[in-house]
Design a protein around this ligand. Structure first.
Ligand code: ZN
Length: 490
């Protein structure tokens, strides 16, 4: 057991060292260093992979005699990692890496020139290899299950389909009802917001929420992300626009939500593969909770608006909490997922989930994707892309071979309201606390029920233990209907 622990901790260290290089790549690295850096990261990642899939690790896992409950979980979780890693031939991993390297470049070019046909052959190749990958990983019902399981352990396409169809049935009518209501005005958030002041307000708020800068830091990057090198070093990045309040502020809250999850993992798991978020969906439930359920709530702005008005006297000096609250919650069916509001966001995800399944099942020809995409956008959201860069070419995920990833964004939204409702039951005056800028009870609840477990519990288990229910769209839908019904006056 001791030898196994040491071996797994070496694998974890190599992974974290690679993650530091990746963090630096996105924040401070000079552009010219890209090639060398890619090689260094690949070296560390493949060293970690080689140790994991080695016979010695297999034997140690077989023979390990757990000495504690944590040991038992460590063996159970690592056995799964080991099985997944050893089932896929290294030749296939190499082929996938090469194809996605080429495909990423082709995607960037196709997107710039609005030419899907330039990306299509690369996507075909990626889909072929992804199907082989799914076959190698193994599954019970559909190949898509194997892909999904990489990001959301235990989740199946059938389960996602069930939850998404329930959601879609209520969400499309809600979106059209909002679209028919008198539009709210979000002009306020498009005024002048100096970046250094945005930074200060963002930091002030996330520290108040519980992001601990003694064990973390924030920097700038083009695409914001959160990354952990240990429980005591969890970093976030942000991106700001001078004349748009939302991306910087809510992006900061979002990444801090991810980071607080990892800062809250039990220190007894430090340095082991268990010291990580349990799934992408559960991770996203944490970021979305702080960004939306808290950050876009009325009680939160009762607390925060006076601070924001003081920080931005030119933009907000003569505004009220009410008008600002309405402005940040404007719903507007639009083409681009990353700019989508809270209500329409899930439809963007469902569209990708349906198309991914069709691609993997061979039900759709790659050349027909743009048309299929546009048709669904039009029928669900009432908007139709006039060019592929606003449609099928907008996301990087498929070019990287990340098929099966998208659903986790929407699953996270659903889990966030399920968990939030349970927290509210346990903390009856949660809204009152939020309006005073006191987030400690919520953070404590999350630490106890979600964060501390790391990978010791699956997302499904955490949800069941914390809420008494399995994954469902009901609480999110109820939340959306009541919040936006009130905002839009129906
Ligand atoms: Zn996120």
């Amino acid at each position: 057991m001791q030898t196994l622990r040491e071996r797994l901790s070496r694998i974890t260290d190599l992974g974290h060292a690679a993650a530091i290089l990746e963090w630096d790549q996105e924040t401070y690295m000079p552009a010219g260093a890209a090639e060398g850096r890619a090689r260094q990261i690949a070296t560390l990642r493949s060293l970690a992979h080689d140790i994991l899939i080695s016979e010695e690790t297999g034997t140690l896992l077989e023979q390990a005699a757990p000495e504690s409950a944590i040991d038992a979980d460590l063996v159970r979780v690592t056995k799964k990692d080991y099985d997944k890693a050893t089932r896929v031939p290294s030749s296939l991993i190499a082929e996938l890496a090469e194809a996605s390297g080429l495909s990423k470049g082709a995607w960037q070019e196709a997107r710039e020139n609005d030419e899907f046909s330039k990306f299509a052959p690369h996507l075909s190749k990626i889909v072929d290899l992804t199907i082989q990958h799914a076959e190698a990983l193994g599954y019970e019902e559909s190949p898509y299950d194997a892909l999904l399981d990489q990001y959301e352990e235990g989740m199946t396409a059938a389960e996602v389909t069930r939850v998404f169809s329930e959601l879609k049935a209520d969400l499309i009518p809600l979106v059209s009802r909002i679209a028919e209501s008198p539009a709210t005005c979000d002009g306020i958030v498009h005024r002048e917001f100096p970046r250094d002041t945005q930074w200060k307000l963002g930091m002030q708020v996330i520290e108040k929420m519980g992001y601990n800068t003694h064990y973390g830091r924030q920097d700038f990057s083009t695409h914001p992300f959160s990354t952990a090198f240990s429980i005591t070093d969890v970093r976030i990045t942000t991106r700001m626009e001078d004349r748009f309040f939302n991306p910087g502020f809510f992006g900061t809250l979002h990444e801090a939500g991810h980071a607080m999850y990892e800062q809250g993992i039990d220190m007894a798991l430090e340095g082991s593969p268990l010291a990580d978020g349990t799934s992408l969906g559960m991770h996203e439930s944490q970021s979305r909770m702080w960004e939306n359920l808290i950050g876009r709530s009325r009680p939160f702005w009762d607390y925060c608006f006076p601070h924001a008005r003081k920080a931005f006297p030119d933009a907000l000096g003569s505004e009220t909490t009410d008008t600002f609250y309405k402005a940040i919650n404007t719903v507007f069916p639009s083409l681009i997922r990353v700019e989508a509001d809270e209500v329409t966001y899930n439809l963007h995800i469902m569209l990708r989930f349906e198309l991914e399944q069709d691609m993997i099942a061979g039900k759709i020809r790659i050349q027909d994707l743009p048309e299929e995409w546009n048709d669904r956008m039009e029928s669900w959201l009432g908007v139709r892309p006039s060019k592929d860069s606003d449609g099928v070419l907008q996301d990087i995920h498929w070019s990287l071979g990340a098929i099966g990833y998208f659903p986790t964004y929407a699953l996270g939204n659903l889990m966030s309201t399920q968990l939030f409702n349970a927290a509210k039951k346990a903390i009856p005056d949660l809204d009152a606390k939020t309006s005073q800028g006191d987030f400690s009870a919520l953070l404590d609840w999350l630490r106890t029920n979600v964060h501390q477990h790391g990978r010791r519990k699956t997302a499904g288990q955490i949800l069941l233990d914390a809420t008494g229910s399995e994954l469902s769209s009901e609480s999110w839908m109820h939340y959306a209907q009541s919040k936006f019904g009130e905002l839009y006056g129906f």
